[in-house]
Design a protein around this ligand. Structure first.
Ligand code: NAD
Ligand code: UDP
Length: 332
């Protein structure tokens, strides 16, 4: 399958999909792409970190429906389902630090409920996992064969271990019941619909730059991330869904930058006069992160297409269009 193929309705042969976390940043873009490919979508969300605004443009579309549901309390979907994309979980460090028990429950009970739904209808199942399963990696770049370097009792433990458990649960459903599952390890993704106040580096720095406030950098800013534009990540996730591949597979950009250089880039693109404000380093903050995407290239014929410059320009434009509101892009 070519990556172009996932844009044609015929390659996504799923009449109906359930997207848990469908009102979040990534989930709402996935709903858009599925509906664009002719798939009927049911989004489940408890609005703990997502918003109705993210899907308001879909509410009148007959192919879209939304149910307010906390997936950790079970999923009751009477309709037949062909594809389950499980994204429901707090995802930004600020959110999962604020909601550690909810994050663990989303990875454990939430994943279990989503897998049971897929099993009932023998649907294809995709787990949204994360580069955080590699922790503060000792291998660089990170390939799927790396088992990771995670602190099980550190400040990021709730998220990292929830996702590691969710991966184990997914693979055990595949082995025990022959369920058609897959696991995508998503690396840092950014784009329109990120919340101003969600604490992640791109919305924080763009929000601060637009308000001419100091750009906050944790530590000396030499830590790296490889930032993938949302349309590329969504295309990768849907290519995986449309395939028979089980993964785990990394989806992310290979354009690695330091947080310091990212701040300078955003400041320049915004045309801002913000100063840089260095804050104490965050405990267990991964020092380097870049995916090895050979597996995705080979199995899914996927690669990112949007450069960091273009993606940042598009994101800044979306933030400008949405308005700055109040200054909520504060450090955590
Ligand atoms: P997000 O916070 O914008 O979206 C998560 C959504 O899940 C929100 O709408 C939230 O309300 C919903 N949710 C949380 N707990 C729920 C529950 N118990 N029941 C129902 N809904 C619930 O985050 P995002 O960036 O869109 O991330 C989506 C998924 O992708 C997450 O699973 C995350 O771990 C994964 N991921 C994202 C990134 C990234 O860079 N954006 C990177 C790695 C992995
Ligand atoms: N970061 C920063 N300033 C901010 C927000 C984040 O320096 O205002 C850093 C953070 O310490 C980390 C990187 O940017 O090294 C990415 O953080 P983010 O919260 O976006 O995601 P993470 O990859 O840590 O999950």
């Amino acid at each position: 399958m070519t990556d172009e193929a996932i844009r044609s309705p015929s390659s996504l042969r799923f009449p109906r999909a359930v997207v848990t976390g469908g009102c979040g940043f990534l989930g709402s873009h996935i709903c858009d792409a599925l509906i664009g490919a002719g798939v009927e979508v049911l989004a489940l969300d408890n609005f703990s970190t997502g918003t109705l605004d993210n899907v308001s443009h879909l509410l009148d579309d007959p192919r879209f429906s939304l149910r307010e549901t906390d997936v950790t309390c079970g999923i009751d979907v009477p309709e037949h389902v062909d594809l389950v994309l499980h994204l429901a979980s707090p995802a930004s460090p600020r959110d999962y630090t604020r909601l550690p028990l909810e994050t663990l429950a989303a990875g454990a009970a939430g994943t279990h409920a989503a897998l049971r739904l897929a099993l009932r209808d023998r649907a294809r199942f995709v787990l949204a996992s994360t580069s955080e399963v590699y922790g503060d990696p000792l291998q660089h770049p990170q390939s799927e064969t790396y088992w990771g370097h995670v602190n099980p009792v550190g400040p990021r433990a709730a998220y990292d271990e929830a996702k590691r458990y969710a991966e184990a649960l997914t693979i055990c459903f595949a082995r025990t019941y022959g369920l058609n599952t897959s696991i995508v390890r998503i690396f840092n993704t950014y784009g329109p619909r990120l919340q101003w106040n969600d604490g992640r580096v791109v919305p924080n720095l763009i929000g601060q730059a637009l308000l001419d406030e100091p750009l906050t950098l944790y530590g000396d800013g030499t830590q790296t991330r490889s930032l993938c534009y949302v349309s590329d990540t969504v295309r990768g996730i849907l290519a995986l869904a449309a395939s028979r591949f089980g993964g785990p597979v990394n989806i992310g950009s290979t354009e690695e930058v330091t947080v310091h250089s990212l701040a300078l880039r955003i400041r320049e693109l915004v045309g801002s006069h913000s100063a840089l404000r260095f804050l104490p380093p965050l405990p267990d903050d991964p020092c380097r992160r870049r995916p090895d995407i050979s597996l995705a290239r080979r199995e899914l014929r996927w690669r990112p297409r949007v450069s960091l410059g273009s993606g940042l320009r598009a994101t800044i434009a979306a933030f400008r269009a949405a308005g700055t509101g109040s200054s909520e892009s504060q450090p955590r």
